[in-house]
Ligand binder design. Structure first.
Ligand SMILES: [Zn+2]
Length: 792
């Protein structure tokens, strides 16, 4: 029995994790003893094998931060893995005969200190996955790339997922790595897991009943997946079919979707637009996120899977399709060339809509074609990508390595330590000197690649220097994002129509407001970012009472004041907000909206850093002479289909797109603009259980008057991208103010906020000790590396 140590950075539920789990299970099936070390493992978000005791999971070094203020994920992942390998080699009581790691090669030299063979699984050369725009970033990547090539070359054997990746590997690393040490281990379909799954057709009910030929695309909503090819091919297919055939043909685009990821949101909207432009609404359906069980139903109902990505390194979807006895049409590039047998288990063609449509037509005209190709597909998958084959190959590699143990020289390790030391210092300088925004990260701002010089710290103590720099960095980036993208704000109470004050969101934007309006620099400004973990659940908070909100007979004037659209009730209307510790009954004076340039910005308040595309402010006040304000804020969130409740209102908005436009005396049922609890709103007034956050803030437009009681509903209302377009046709392109510092204010809620994914993003500038902790961590790391270097 061989004792094996496997290392993997973050044991989540991605493709790389699936593979590493398969590797572990495969080796165990060959009776090897195995420990799986990782930096991170969450019982709620992992593969079954890692939580049901089948594998021995050891989590270490999770204390090191995963990112620094939302950045440097890669650098932190490197450091975490290096620390993990240091732990295994120097501090763990177990000894191993062989080490297996993947993704991050930087730990290989440390593992080699143990004089045991190291097997590295390279999913794809890391250096091909990153962009490098600035000189500093290029330099930084030069060091990292050198490190990657050098450390990878120390592995006794490297495995890649396809011949295609092996070729790329050779081109990338050239002579620096002996290509004879690189072998192919195809990922496995792991049919053992799939065998017992039961297909429950009742899980899926959105397939139109008349559909005879269903095409399926399974891919995340990412541009590199080329999903538009499937949609364009569908449009072309229409020209090849009779009307009757066309009506019975449908494409389902199902794919992983995370609304916190900008690319997912943007790309989905683009595809949705494409479907409308091509008039394919009745023949194309999008599904955003789905369970494995639902995927099986879609696979079972389809006649063919369209696999559109080009130059995919491997691609597991064609294997899943073939295992489900469904043929696959894929591009004749990358991994599919090695997995699909053209004409036998599917079709390989050029990435053009014409070629895809030609092959799709075959499945419409020959209703039983899929059965024949499907059967061959399944045999092909089990015979070549089955779990037995996979495990046996892996076992052979392990045996081979044990037989020819390669000696590691200390010289190599020392060289590595020097390089590593240099890289960490370099990374440290990089961290405080340059900002680079990654579009795909949740909570990221809209500025790419903006270099900020921070070499002149002003007043700061030694210990807090990193905090200071990082906060400045973030602040400057944020300010930049305001100037470049135009972030926005409120507008209304002060500026009446025709009286546009000397402020706006562009040239005289939020950062200049304090020049003329001192209060805008106050300590209780709005909007704010609401961090759920800082919210206190106020158990004594009573219900919010909205009176007259559901009264369709009230008439309204709609005007544009140069900053926003303002909707004012007729003077006789009696609409009030009270309860919820408001101390008074406040009358609705008007409501207005805040929107953005695109569908992933627009709201003024953010929740755990997340922006929403639209926010409506219902401004209430008490009667003179002692006028006080209470604002009710409602957030809107993107959904695929129109919210029919909003249609009437939006068509009125559409008539007031600039200051010359104005409509009077319209009936609007404003309860439709609130979250779905209309039935709880009575014209006579009634208490109900709307969930909300409460804090003291200000108007979000000049003069930024403070002392405003804010009530922000925590449940967003749905709106579609098409409906949002109304606001974007506006003469004011965007109008939201960026979030302001909290300055120790309390935020309460009448409920216990639910924590979802992504709640770990927060504003580092508000929490000083985080930065200090980071600083200490870096110092610790530098010192420990120095000691290590010294000892060699
Ligand atoms: Zn407002």
């Amino acid at each position: 029995m061989v004792k094996i140590c496997v290392l993997h950075p973050d044991l989540g539920i991605g493709g790389a994790e699936r593979l590493i789990v398969d590797i572990c299970v495969g080796l165990k099936s060959k009776h090897h003893d195995l420990d799986l070390y990782t930096n991170y493992h969450d019982d709620k978000r992992c593969f079954d094998e890692t939580r049901n005791g089948q594998l021995n999971i050891i989590v270490k070094c999770s204390w090191f931060p995963r990112h620094v203020f939302g950045r440097f994920y890669a650098l932190c992942a490197y450091i975490r893995m290096i620390l993990l390998s240091l732990y295994i080699v120097y501090f763990s009581s177990s000894t191993y005969d062989i080490y297996i790691c993947d993704q991050i090669s930087a730990c290989i030299p440390i593992l080699k200190q143990s004089q045991k063979p190291v097997l590295f699984y390279c999913h794809y050369p890391d250096q091909l996955l990153t962009k490098r725009q600035t000189l500093l970033k290029k330099l930084y990547r030069y060091v990292i790339d050198y490190l990657e090539a050098y450390t990878t070359s120390l592995a006794d054997k490297t495995l890649v997922n396809s011949q295609y990746t092996r070729d790329i590997f050779q081109q990338t690393f050239g002579k620096r790595i002996d290509i004879s040490t690189v072998d192919i281990l195809y990922p496995t379909i792991n049919e053992i897991n799939l065998k017992d799954q039961i297909i429950d057709n009742s899980l899926v009910n959105n397939i139109p009943p008349n559909v005879k030929t269903l095409f399926l695309s399974i891919n995340r909503y990412e541009r590199k997946k080329d999903l538009q090819l499937a949609i364009q091919a569908m449009a072309h297919l229409q020209s090849l079919l009779t009307d009757e055939q066309w009506q019975q043909t449908h494409l389902f685009v199902i794919g992983g979707y995370d609304r916190r990821i900008t690319e997912n949101v943007e790309y989905y909207l683009e595809l949705d637009r494409l479907v409308h432009d091509l008039s394919l609404e009745s023949n194309v359906t999008f599904v955003q996120s789905f369970t494995d069980q639902k995927k099986l139903v879609y696979l079972n109902r389809c006649k063919c899977v369209l696999y559109t990505p080009q130059y995919e390194h491997f691609g597991i979807v064609p294997l899943e399709a073939m295992y489900a006895e469904r043929p696959c049409i894929a591009t004749n590039t990358g991994g599919p060339l090695e997995t699909i047998l053209d004409g036998k288990t599917g079709y390989l063609c050029k990435a053009t809509k014409e070629q895809f449509a030609e092959k799709m037509k075959l499945f419409v005209n020959q209703p039983h074609l899929y059965l024949e190709l499907g059967k061959q597909g399944r045999r092909h998958v089990i015979g070549n990508f089955g779990f037995q084959i996979f495990s046996q190959k892996l076992h052979d590699f392990v045996q081979e390595l044990l037989e020819r143990r390669k000696e590691t020289t200390t010289k190599n390790s020392r060289r590595f330590m020097i390089v590593l030391f240099g890289a960490v210092i370099f990374g440290y300088l990089f961290l405080i000197n340059t900002g680079e925004r990654e579009l795909n990260k949740p909570n990221a701002y809209l500025v790419i690649n903006y270099r900020v010089s921070l070499l002149t710290p002003r007043t700061c103590q030694q210990g807090a220097i990193v905090t200071f720099w990082a906060c400045q960095l973030r602040k400057q980036l944020f300010d930049m994002s305001i100037r470049e993208e135009g972030i926005f704000c409120d507008t209304t109470l002060t500026a009446t129509p025709g009286h546009s004050a000397h402020w706006d969101y562009e040239h005289n934007g939020p950062d200049t407001w304090p020049h003329e309006y001192e209060q805008c620099e106050g300590n209780s400004q709005s909007p704010i970012n609401i961090q759920k973990r800082q919210v206190r659940h106020d158990l004594t908070m009573d219900n919010l009472i909205l009176n007259g909100y559901k009264n369709a007979s009230i008439t309204w004037n709609i005007t544009h004041n140069g900053h926003t659209i303002v909707v004012t009730p007729s003077s006789t209307a009696k609409i009030t907000m009270s309860g919820a510790k408001l101390l008074d009954t406040f009358n609705l004076a008007q409501f207005h909206m805040h929107w953005g340039l695109n569908a992933y910005q627009g709201s003024e308040h953010t929740i755990d850093g997340r922006k929403y595309p639209l926010e409506i402010h219902f401004v209430h006040s008490t009667t003179p002479p002692d006028i006080r304000y209470a604002v009710l804020g409602v957030l809107y969130e993107l959904q695929g289909t129109d919210n029919s409740q909003l249609s009437d209102f939006l068509s009125m908005i559409n008539q007031t797109l600039n200051e010359t436009m104005k409509i009077g005396l319209q009936s609007i049922d404003i309860s439709k603009l609130l979250p779905t609890m209309h039935s709880n709103l009575h014209s006579s007034g009634s208490g109900h259980n709307l969930k909300f956050y409460r804090y003291n803030g200000s108007l979000t437009t000049p003069p930024c008057k403070e002392g405003i009681t804010w009530t922000l509903l925590s449940t967003p209302v749905a709106i579609s991208a098409r409906q949002l377009q109304v606001f974007r046709n506006n003469s004011v392109k965007w109008n939201f103010r960026p979030t302001q510092k909290l300055h120790g204010r309390n935020i309460t809620a009448n409920h216990q906020p639910e924590f979802g994914e992504g709640d770990d993003e927060h504003d580092g500038c508000e929490t000083k000790n985080k930065g200090t902790k980071l600083n200490n961590t870096i110092v610790f790391l530098l010192v420990s590396l120095f000691i290590n270097l010294h000892n060699l």
